[in-house]
Design a protein around this ligand. Structure first.
Ligand SMILES: [Zn+2]
Length: 126
């Protein structure tokens, strides 16, 4: 698998994590995350990364956060080893390719896989 696909997948899991943290009990928006804690969490809680070395996860993580920083999703605080989210994430399914997207409200509402802007809430509201 090439690094492009690895990074794309990793970013999806990272967004999934941020989404979950801010969609469990309580109303407070949790925006500050410790980089080492995120990497350990990814290894311990996502089956996909269970057998990975922490250094491998950290490497992908470091690429992902600078990419997300450039795309206005979060701020990288290198000196303190933390990232700060700019806003919550919403979960949307693309009606074109069915991909599940986690989007920050500070970025454009387009599918990350096919770029379609035809997105609906996931799971659908009853
Ligand atoms: Zn799509």
């Amino acid at each position: 698998m090439n690094t492009g696909i690895l990074s794309f997948e990793f970013e999806w899991y990272l967004r999934d994590y941020f989404f979950r943290v801010n969609n469990r009990n309580g109303e407070d928006f949790e925006s500050i995350f410790d980089n080492n804690e995120i990497c350990s969490y990814m290894k311990d809680n996502y089956l996909k990364y269970k057998n990975w070395k922490l250094e491998e996860i950290t490497k992908l993580f470091n690429t992902a956060i600078y990419d997300l920083h450039d795309r206005n999703v979060l701020i990288v605080k290198k000196d303190i080893g933390k990232v700060i989210l700019k806003s919550r994430f919403v979960r949307k399914q693309c009606t074109n390719c069915y991909y599940i997207n986690y989007l920050s409200s500070s970025e454009s509402m387009n599918c990350h896989r096919c770029k379609s802007d035809n997105l609906k809430d996931f799971p659908p509201r009853k």
